[in-house]
Design a protein around this ligand. Structure first.
Ligand code: ASP
Ligand code: MG
Length: 405
């Protein structure tokens, strides 16, 4: 079999952990497999590099940022190869460029356009383990790019597709994907399998198991993968295309995103074009808007509320301020407030009704006030006070019977 194994930053954090990875890789190869290993930078390294750049300049040049951020992974591939050599395993390290991970030139969040592989197959045929630097890509004219934070996941999934791997394993510091964050919900249970769409919702909702882009890529190219722990041998969570039986479970998991800010615009002009102006301005400022609620206008005046990632709140306020004169009616005001977005996710919601009623009833009984609501086919999200976020997750988790049997 051809197996791609990806080890994240905590799995290669220090030399002991790197030795641990090397012995796992050795065991996989000894079992007769061809192994491609993708590694991240050691935990904290990428953050430190980027922080250094930002202490020298407020807005460091993005090409130089990628030149810098990409070195964390280069350290780990070499150390992992050396650890394998010391165990008598033939292994060779490769940068993203050396295995031809071709990207566009959107530095710091480049998109993969092609993977040529370089001599990857040749090395595998010769019995060597190939250790590839995650996160890195290269443009047509040889510039080093990176694939966005957490991008080693994408490197692994894309390589699994490129080499037509039989198995793609994403090793991390948790046993898999849980029905809720086990640090918040004591009886959260590990899911044996989950669909791409559910994983995507949970990944983008603050249960930061994997980079969302990598899950999108896996879905698009139908790459089945397993999220599992590098610290034990427990089976993990299989992420794959949905099958009919997955719909039997209405709610698969509950997630909270505590980094949301609610922006309330009061005293808006209630006429065609106001919303367009607001969201065009936010779009231009690169602000990702999430839940949007507009009330019924009265006397030519309307109010609107939406949420943005807290990191973008300042940008959002500035963008609104710049178009204030175009959208304001009387007594125009902007108010912002931190909120948490708590979401229940499950593809079974497509075919089951009453989920919203059950969720809202559970919150009502627990005295949790709902500030905003938004829904999609497979998700119901509710904005609540940040201080109530953990409790809301526990209440929702219990309401849908997600605890361990
Ligand atoms: N080292 C990169 C980061 O910290 C990529 C990764 O770990 O997946 O974002
Ligand atoms: Mg990661």
């Amino acid at each position: 079999m051809i197996i791609v194994q990806k080890y994240g930053g905590t799995s290669v954090a220090d030399l002991d952990r790197i030795r641990n990875v090397a012995s796992r890789v050795k065991a996989t190869r000894d079992a007769g497999n061809k192994v491609v290993v993708v590694v991240s930078a050691r935990a904290g390294v990428t953050n430190r590099l980027i922080a250094d750049a930002k202490s020298l300049a407020e807005h460091p040049d993005s090409r130089e940022l990628d030149m810098l951020a990409s070195i964390g992974e280069q350290e780990t591939i070499a150390l992992t190869a050396i650890a394998l050599h010391s165990m008598g395993v033939p292994a060779v390290s490769r940068t993203g460029a050396q295995v031809g991970i071709k990207t566009d030139s959107e530095f710091t969040k480049a998109r993969i356009v092609d993977i040529t592989g370089g001599d990857l197959n040749k090395q595998l045929d010769e019995g060597k383990v190939v250790i590839v630097a995650g996160f890195q890509g290269v443009t047509d004219d040889g510039q080093i790019t990176t694939l966005g934070r957490g991008g080693s996941d994408l490197s692994a999934i894309a390589l699994a597709k490129a080499v037509n791997a039989d198995v793609c394993q994403i090793y991390t510091d948790v046993d898999g994907v849980y029905t809720a964050d086990p640090r918040v919900v004591k009886d959260a249970s590990k899911l044996n399998e989950i669909s791409y769409d559910e994983m995507l919702e949970l990944a983008s909702l603050g249960s930061k198991v994997m980079q969302a882009r990598s899950v999108e890529f896996a879905k698009k190219h139908n790459v089945v993968f397993e999220v599992r722990s590098s610290m034990n041998n427990n089976p993990g969570t299989i992420v794959k295309e949905e099958v009919a039986s997955m719909e039997d479970v209405v709610v698969r998991g509950v997630a909270a995103d505590k980094n949301q800010t609610k922006v309330v615009l009061l005293g808006l002009n209630d006429q065609p074009g106001t919303a367009a102006k607001i969201f065009n301005a936010l779009g231009k400022a690169n602000v990702n808007v999430d839940m949007i609620v507009q009330n019924v206008g009265r006397d030519g005046i309307a109010n609107m509320t939406f949420t943005v990632p807290t990191d973008d709140a300042f940008k959002a306020e500035k963008a609104i301020d710049s178009i204030k004169d175009d959208i304001a009616a009387k007594n125009f005001r902007t108010m912002t407030d931190r909120v948490a977005k708590v979401s229940v996710v499950g593809i079974g919601m497509r075919s089951h009704s009453g989920v919203a009623a059950d969720l809202f009833t559970a919150f009502a009984n627990a005295g949790i006030n709902i500030q905003l609501i938004s829904t999609s086919e497979i998700k119901i999200s509710v904005a609540v006070e940040v201080e109530k976020a953990d409790e809301a997750v526990r209440v929702a988790h219990a309401a849908f019977g997600l605890g361990q049997a």
